[in-house]
Design a protein around this ligand. Structure first.
Ligand SMILES: Cc1cc2nc3c(=O)[nH]c(=O)nc-3n(C[C@H](O)[C@H](O)[C@H](O)COP(=O)(O)OP(=O)(O)OC[C@H]3O[C@@H](n4cnc5c(N)ncnc54)[C@H](O)[C@@H]3O)c2cc1C
Length: 228
């Protein structure tokens, strides 16, 4: 079992069509059951899908900007579908909250079409061989002249658990607030777990951003297959 974002849902003539964008990560020399399935999928192939129930509380949706005055979204290629969905939903809700997205992808060809609102800033950051995560840090204003600081943890040292710290839930058991942000900037950050952890350390420990204003989500782990 693997976790993916619902990029788009269309309901017509009693049928529901769900679109999912898969990263085919074999280019990195490793693949997995999900990427392999997507690579070989043909029309008519079946999968079992567990999805949030429309109208049910929470259940898989980790974006809650509350009354934040500004939204900043950061993510890698695995988070690009979720970021695209968030921006298009905000545009569909006529939200006038300023929103800026920074999306790090392997190459310029990996940019997707996102139909956000005119006041949404969307910056694609092609790595083109640079260190994973190294394009996201400067987007937060972090000077990564010391590149080693942003490199992901080595697989040997990796804990299997993905970092998952949102305003409403803490994977490490920290005390969390029950309230969504009421002002300020809301940060939503997802991608490779080691990179997300480093961005968290910078934002919370070095910059002092309030823990209740940020959602940090490890979507996958370098060198570690997901369980399931
Ligand atoms: C809430 C959530 C939403 C997600 N949404 C999406 C989405 O919309 N699209 C998407 O593509 N992914 C998404 N992911 C990430 C996806 O679940 C992982 O990448 C997953 O590990 C892929 O499973 P797999 O079977 O291909 O590889 P696994 O069996 O889990 O891993 C096998 C090997 O591949 C490596 N690997 C896994 N993913 C990548 C990658 N992206 N790049 C390089 N190496 C990798 C692992 O480190 C491991 O060494 C999401 C994750 C979460 C938690």
């Amino acid at each position: 079992m693997r976790t993916y974002s619902m990029r788009h849902i269309a309901r017509t003539d009693g049928q529901t069509r769900i679109s999912v964008d898969f990263v085919l990560h074999e280019a990195d020399g490793v693949s997995g059951p999900a990427a392999n399935w997507a690579k070989g999928a043909t029309p008519g192939d079946e999968i079992v899908l567990i999805a949030p129930k429309n109208g049910a509380a929470s259940g898989g949706i980790e974006f809650n900007h509350g009354d934040a005055e500004r939204i900043v979204l950061l993510g890698d290629e695995t988070a690009a579908p979720a970021i695209a969905r968030i921006l298009e939903d905000l545009a569909g809700q006529n939200s006038d909250t300023p929103c800026t997205a920074y999306i790090e992808v392997p190459t310029g060809d990996d940019q997707l079409l996102i139909e956000g609102a005119p006041h949404h800033g969307i910056t694609w950051l092609p790595r083109e061989g640079a260190l994973r995560g190294s394009m996201l840090a400067p987007a937060l204003g972090w000077d990564v002249s010391d590149e080693a600081r942003i490199s992901v943890a080595s697989p040997e040292n990796a804990d299997d658990d993905l970092v998952w710290e949102t305003p409403a839930y803490s994977g490490s058991g920290e005390q969390v607030s029950t309230q969504a942000p009421t002002a300020g900037t809301y940060y939503w950050i997802a991608g490779e777990s080691g990179v997300v952890k480093q961005l968290r350390r910078f934002l919370v420990n070095e910059i002092g951003v309030d823990r209740s204003q940020v959602a940090f989500m490890g979507y996958w782990r370098e060198g570690v297959a997901m369980k399931g």
